[in-house]
Ligand binder design. Structure first.
Ligand code: ADP
Length: 228
């Protein structure tokens, strides 16, 4: 479902972020990406949702080679990937409902279907009673749940989460993880970069460690493996 073959990424300033990554992530897997700061984790994730392009190598998502993608196929591949960030990235002037609906409006979904589906995902993230709130009126955990609802609203096959619990206290983080597991259980592949040792060592999943732009470890039901 996601495959990288000898992927290299050098930024224009000469930083070698990734140096020969080869990996396969199967449908419905839950993968943690761990490693020191600056190791290349974010770059790895950005290449999958096509925020960055590789300097060399091939990347396949759902059978499509991202580098050979016809222009008209790009929205189709993008729609199949939901992205979640550490800092939520909600639109500040839109309510929770509107933030989620916006992701469906850009793919031109019919109004009636938008209302039904947004209500459904708000229920899933347990925020139905906050649908009219602005991000500034929500706690960090609630904002992240809105961001998760937005990421899944178009039924993507893959969720890319870059340190989704990075700004949250431990208790709120566990709640977010429960939700991620639920989404995975319902059939979505999850790729999550994290520095959260507790979570990785408790909710055991496949662990891919990146160090200095290379894969240093790939374990089934792995462990965090660092002291920080
Ligand atoms: P991580 O997510 O593991 O902290 P990153 O993928 O953000 O690692 O960064 C990997 C390396 O690439 C670092 O040396 C970083 O400084 C460099 N880097 C990341 N983004 C850019 C960029 N846009 N321009 C130049 N260098 C970058």
């Amino acid at each position: 479902m996601i495959e990288m073959q000898d992927v290299w990424k050098t930024y224009p300033d000469g930083s070698h972020a990734l140096k020969g990554i080869t990996v396969k992530v199967n449908r419905n897997e839950f993968l943690y990406v761990v490693g020191p700061s600056g190791a290349g984790k974010s770059t790895f994730m950005k290449l999958i949702y096509r925020e960055e392009r590789p300097t060399k190598g091939s990347i396949f998502v759902n059978g499509f080679n991202l580098e050979k993608l016809k222009q008209r196929k790009i929205p189709y591949v993008r729609r199949n990937i939901g992205v979640i960030f550490q800092d939520y990235r909600l639109l500040p002037k839109l309510t929770a409902f509107e933030n989620i609906a916006f992701a469906m409006e850009v793919i031109e979904a019919p109004k009636k279907i938008i209302k039904k589906r947004v209500t459904e995902v708000l229920e899933l993230v347990k925020l139905k009673d906050k649908s009219g709130s602005l991000p500034s009126q929500l706690s960090g955990g609630e904002q992240q749940r809105v961001a998760i609802a937005r990421a899944i609203v178009n039924n993507p096959t893959v969720i890319i989460a870059d340190e989704p619990t990075g700004n949250l206290d431990p208790e709120t983080s566990w709640g977010i993880m429960k939700l991620m597991e639920e989404i995975n259980f319902r059939g979505t592949t999850i790729i999550m970069a994290t520095h959260n040792k507790e979570i990785v060592n408790t909710i055991r999943k496949r662990v891919l460690a990146i160090e200095n732009g290379q894969i240093s470890r790939d374990q089934v039901r792995g462990e965090y493996g660092y002291e920080d």
